[in-house]
Design a protein. Structure first.
Length: 270
């Protein structure tokens, strides 16, 4: 099945219907015989396929003695799909909105897949109404998450982003973020990147993204203690990074180039 056909099947067409429609888009108005020949659909099946497409209003049939068929234009098809999708989504929302989900807020839930992690994070960012505390690597900033953060910055006062960037990517459409100084060291310490997103003090996505595994070590929870700990982690990073940024020259005199001495936190046993 080619890509065009496969995409159409996602909107309720059978594979044969999708093939016939795509074939007609590339032809002048044609008879069933020619459509069968060009699409590879057997002549014994083509008229049932065309009748179904006509019922679904994807094609038109002439009233000639020997009927010919033509496909509706692509822009008309897309407009119909959009209207139907919006209508179905609205009906779904109205039907399910009163049900809710009974959740054990003390539990911790695993988000095993990378896409699942960042779909959840994108939702959190887009729907935060009061506060947002984030630690994230620029390597994980999709265009959608980047735009969601820019939108959140414009509507939230309590907006703190700690940005890690192994490639020093700081050209972002939002300005309220702290550059982390020790990305490379952190990856070596923990064996991968991690992410931490606390929204409205109500939920957190937190954990490590191993570099050598398809599965993540990321969790989602509404456990109040976990939320408190994750939010304080972001806040204390922000306190330290704000201090180091404003006093950078003086800090380098004390801690050395790249502020590596900051990480020497263990007291001498002697």
């Amino acid at each position: 099945m080619d890509q065009k056909t496969e995409l159409l099947t996602r909107f309720g067409l059978t594979e044969s219907e999708a093939k016939a429609y795509v074939t007609l888009l590339q032809m002048d108005a044609s008879t069933g015989y020619k459509i069968s020949k060009n699409s590879g659909i057997a002549r014994s099946k083509i008229y049932n396929v065309l009748s179904s497409l006509e019922d679904k209003k994807f094609i038109l049939e002439s009233k000639d003695d020997t009927p010919v068929y033509t496909a509706i234009p692509v822009d008309e098809l897309v407009a119909r799909f959009k209207t139907e999708s919006e209508h179905n989504i609205s009906n779904l929302e109205n039907s399910l909105s009163g049900l809710g989900t009974v959740t054990d807020y003390g539990s911790v839930w695993a988000l095993d897949a990378y896409d699942q992690v960042f779909e959840k994070i994108q939702y959190q960012i887009q729907h935060a109404t009061h506060s947002l505390y984030v630690q994230i690597y620029s390597e994980d900033l999709t265009p959608e998450i980047t735009q969601a953060l820019a939108d959140a910055e414009s509507r939230l006062h309590e907006f703190v982003v700690i940005l890690f960037s192994n490639h020093h990517r700081y050209d972002l459409p939002f300005r309220r973020f702290y550059k982390h100084f020790f990305e490379a060291d952190k990856v070596l310490d923990y064996g991968g990147r991690w992410v931490n997103v606390v929204s409205d003090g109500q939920e957190v996505v937190y954990g490590k993204l191993p570099a050598d595994s398809a599965n993540t070590g990321v969790i989602w929870t509404k456990n109040s203690s976990m939320i408190f700990l994750a939010q304080e982690y972001v806040l204390h990073d922000a306190y330290d990074l704000r201090t180091l940024s404003l006093l950078h020259d003086e800090a380098e005199k004390v801690f050395g180039p790249d502020l590596e001495g900051v990480r020497d936190i263990y007291f001498d046993k002697n």
